[in-house]
Design a protein around this ligand. Structure first.
Ligand SMILES: [Cu+2]
Length: 161
């Protein structure tokens, strides 16, 4: 039994290395359903036309899901799902994607990765405000989210909006 105890301790110590951000963000996610945790919007000044929305999609449905669109009436005229691409030379660009797969362990929208692009902003988005958006999934489920506006961690990504 002693060997087993040591092995178990090692396995526990190694587990965090396999964790993703979505594991932490989804710790308290409701069972049996999709949910959006920790959504936030990068601030935009009055003249700025675009910004980005991030967050973690938690999937406790037991089946693969997909985000197919995001509604942002009153916030942005156009909303696109984007992914960030890097060339071998380190050039960063973003490209529109038709859907974002949400596997059983969830999906993360974060600076430097997949994100929701808000285009044609209706006005400034200042820190402390919030943006009302709706995440629409392939299954027909729609989840309204009031995403707070806050500055991101600039060091987390070289990709700024
Ligand atoms: Cu983008």
């Amino acid at each position: 039994m002693k060997r087993l105890a040591v092995f178990t301790a090692l396995a526990a110590a190694c587990a965090p290395m396999n964790k993703t951000n979505s594991d932490d963000a989804c710790a308290g996610a409701p069972e049996g359903e999709l949910s959006v945790q920790g959504a936030w919007v990068r601030p935009a000044t009055a003249g700025q036309t675009t910004t980005a929305l991030y967050g973690v999609i938690c999937n406790r449905t037991g089946a693969p899901q997909a985000l197919v669109s995001v509604g942002a009436d009153g916030v942005a005229a156009v909303v696109e799902l984007h992914e960030t691409r890097r060339t071998a030379e380190g050039q960063v660009s973003m490209a529109q994607i038709g859907r974002l797969d949400v596997p059983a362990n969830g999906a993360t929208l974060a600076p430097g990765g997949a994100h929701v692009m808000l285009i044609g902003l209706g006005g400034a988005l200042e820190e402390g405000a919030s943006a009302n958006v709706v995440f629409n999934f392939e299954s027909g489920v729609s989840i309204p989210v009031a995403a707070p506006v806050r500055a991101g961690d600039a060091s987390a990504s070289g990709h700024q909006h």
